[in-house]
Design a protein around this ligand. Structure first.
Ligand SMILES: Cc1cc2nc3c(=O)[nH]c(=O)nc-3n(C[C@H](O)[C@H](O)[C@H](O)COP(=O)(O)OP(=O)(O)OC[C@H]3O[C@@H](n4cnc5c(N)ncnc54)[C@H](O)[C@@H]3O)c2cc1C
Length: 432
């Protein structure tokens, strides 16, 4: 028998949104946060919703995927965006906050409304409704418990993310479909000549890189960053992931010295992953350097490559489409396989909505197709060979044909307007 309580484990971006939503709905909610008794390697304060690195929530422009996500979150009554509005500082087109004022205000406001217990949770109660939102640095004790439940192979500790580009932006005259050794046509291959390859290697080696955030951010041998492979020898990549062998290369491509492979990232084929290009190159450098690959000359980057310590579940395998591990256990935040402050926060709202509905005996819901939120959830529940976390981007949105005389900006605005209307109807219909 389930109780009429919800327990939220982890008071970060996702957990605070979930807890606030449940409070608004009149549910008894207890939020467990292990800090300050037990700190993570990235947090430095006792505040809830601490921003561990940047103090920016990214763009507010509606034609930017992050701006679109924020509009959807506002429609769903985001608690954190409300506090962000009260603590913002100038940041151009981005929503930038005074980090201490932001997190302390979240802590104070929430502390007056719900019960907050400061302790590490290492066990998961069986019969209550639980939202687990313990983030990328989930404590070891709880990670062990999660491993017991889902199996050791389905809990990941490391993000080695390769960039994703939009299909529309690829130069298809410089690429061909085909898999190595004749196994289907799942890959898009971008051939390179010797000179192009050598320039690319040079640029990868000399390009500006991010330093690891924390000591645990170092790479491991099983998944080396592209720059580390390049550092080990100028032919290392050409003899490994860029080897030009086993492919039926169309005759128009001559003197092929290396091949970069791209793999489909979503069902619709709008997003393509540059295979094996996990990297710590700065985002601006990724654009500059990877656009040296002929078929990526005008590539639009939907997600940049990165490498850092991150705990997350193999969600497509172990969760249902609503992000549930069991009928009473909801997962939210980066643990679910999203990345970014706002992406984490919005999954807290959705977990809150569905925990509330479950308590009422109502069926679980997701926002309608066409919204950025739905795009994130569809991505997370689609089975993949190598599941990697995702951020908000237009490749996730259900598209329709762009009018011939419509600019990209106008088209995106149409997508935003469509999603806004759909989401408002959905919110009103289900009394979200
Ligand atoms: C080093 C680092 C830097 C990052 N920088 C950025 C950035 O600049 N911009 C960006 O958009 N994203 C960034 N991210 C990614 C991500 O957006 C943030 O980590 C975000 O805070 C994740 O939200 P969350 O709610 O899932 O987890 P968190 O915000 O980390 O919240 C999880 C909470 O759970 C607590 N907790 C953990 N285990 C337990 C337990 N067993 N019991 C009780 N409490 C527990 C933690 O103390 C923490 O407060 C970064 C991630 C890392 C690791």
């Amino acid at each position: 028998m389930h109780s009429k309580y919800v327990y939220v484990i982890g008071g970060g971006l996702a957990g605070t949104e979930a807890a606030f939503y449940l409070y608004k709905k009149g549910i008894n909610v207890t939020l467990y946060e292990m800090r300050p008794h037990k700190m993570t390697t990235a947090h430095s304060t006792p505040y809830l919703a601490e921003l561990v690195c940047s103090n920016s929530f990214k763009s507010e422009e509606l034609t930017n995927a992050h701006g679109m996500l924020k509009r959807e979150m506002n429609i769903l009554g985001s608690f954190l965006l409300d506090i962000a509005g009260k603590t913002r500082i100038p940041g151009g087109k981005a929503l930038v906050v005074d980090r201490n004022r932001f997190s302390s205000m979240v802590t104070n406001v929430l502390g007056k409304k719900i019960k907050i217990e400061r302790r590490e949770i290492v066990d998961i109660p069986k019969n209550d409704f639980i939202i687990i939102s313990t983030g990328p640095l989930t404590s070891r004790g709880l990670s062990e418990k999660l491993k017991e439940i889902i199996g050791i192979e389905h809990l990941f500790y490391f993000d080695a993310v390769s960039p994703i580009v939009s299909f529309d932006s690829l130069d298809m005259d410089k690429a061909f479909f085909g898999s190595r050794y004749g196994y289907g046509k799942d890959y898009l291959n971008c051939p390179m000549k010797k000179e192009e390859y050598e320039k690319l290697i040079e640029a990868i080696l000399s390009g500006g890189k991010y330093l690891p955030h924390i000591a645990e951010d170092l790479f491991f041998e099983g998944c080396l960053p592209i720059e580390e492979m390049a550092r080990r020898g100028k032919d290392t990549l050409r003899f490994s992931l860029m080897k030009p062998v086993g492919l039926s290369i169309p005759r128009k491509f001559t003197d092929v010295y290396a091949v970069v492979q791209l793999r489909k990232e979503n069902r619709e084929g709008t997003m393509w992953n540059i295979v094996g290009f996990q990297t710590r190159l700065k985002y601006s450098e990724q654009k500059r350097v990877f656009r040296m690959i002929p078929c990526l000359k005008n590539a639009e980057f939907l997600r940049f490559g990165k490498i850092h310590r991150n705990t997350y579940l193999n969600s497509p395998k172990v969760l249902d489409i609503f992000g549930k591990l069991r009928q009473n256990i909801f997962i939210a935040g980066t643990l679910l396989g999203v990345e970014g402050y706002m992406e984490s926060a919005v999954t807290g709202i959705i977990a809150g909505i569905n925990a509330f509905r479950s308590l009422q005996g109502l069926k679980n819901l997701l926002p309608p197709r066409g919204t950025m939120i739905r795009g994130l959830y569809d991505y997370i529940s689609t089975p993949k060979e190598n599941f990697q976390p995702i951020n908000a981007n237009f490749g996730l949105i259900e598209l329709y044909k762009k009018g011939r005389n419509v600019s990209k900006k106008e088209y995106r605005m149409q997508l935003v307007e469509r999603s806004t209307k759909k989401l408002e109807v959905w919110r009103n219909k289900y009394e979200i």
